[in-house]
Design a protein around this ligand. Sequence first.
Ligand code: WQD
Length: 345
Amino acid sequence: MPSQNLSTIIVTGGAGYIGSHTIIELLTKTNYNVISIDNFSNSTAKSYQRIKEITNKSFESLDFDLCNENQLVTQLSKIKNIIGIIHFAAYKSVPESVTNPLLYYINNLNSLNNLLKFAQEQKIENFIFSSSCSVYGNAENLPVTEETPLKKAESSYGHTKQIGEDIINFVCKANPNFNAVLLRYFNPVGAHPSGKIGEFPLNRPNNLVPIITQTAVGKNSLTVFGNDFDTRDGSCIRDYIHVSDIADAHVKALNYLIERKNKNNVSLFNLGTGNGVSVLEAIKSFEKVSGKKLNYTIGPRREGDVVAIYANNNLAKKELNWNPEFSLDDMMLSAWKWQLNLEAE
Ligand code: WQD
């Protein structure tokens, strides 16, 4: 049972891919009480068992929908000493958001607004928002910095992240005592080095790396969505970053706020490695580390995809003292190890 007098961090979406890896870092690198909120819309409670097995630490969890304001207030008002909220809970599939935009606007924005309102009412002063490189759209100049002008989002997913950032900026402007960090993730991939937790898509995944590892075990088939883009090998460029590096950045961002090292009450950071990698290069890296030849076909372009995007990550490295440590091969090998462990379960 977590101690009643320690400071508490609320992690929404804590059973999800990035949320669960962040809880592992919080439990192993800090003394905060951690309480996860997740309605398992894109995860299962098995994540919590895996976290406890890896860390040998306990934490509490609540299962309710953040879009239900009454439930949110009733459940969270019982919790003492909340000093920060890390908000991951959101739908995040680019292609799904293209075909079902309202699902994304309702879920991603109602949950955020309810949470911000609660934080204001309860005077919770530290808030970390899970944003995304999709806010940049098809940026003209690469790598993108935090100052790069945002283009029209290519998907309602990216649009909900742009709107979410704007909402938080205005809330911070109106409330000098409310401090937020907006973290723009590039492409989180890979699995915890222990191989005991990783991306666990409930349905057919949309993201490249889980499709690669499922294809390698014969559970999926990989189509490369276009090889006629204006890039070095014709396939799209992304900044793949290990999920544990992303998780580490959240702990550093939380301490940055709690220790009041933030220069403004809303701070924005790119979380990428700074390396642009093409789809075909990612496939080659996987083949190298796994020793498996991957069968794939070249198909048409996917609606909503940007051609190329990768980060200038200097601000996060300087301000948060954050240094991503996993290479592309590390990312692919950890994803492969996790897929093999899933097959053995
Ligand atoms: C990557 C590349 C596809 C599947 C992600 C997350 C989103 C956000 C931004 C964090 C693209 C290609 C993919 C396949 C393929 N991250 N691809 N065949 O679209 O960059 O978005 O990063 O918030 O949440 O989804 O990631 O993995 O879907 O695609 O060729 O079967 O792989 O075209 O170029 P994306 P992705």
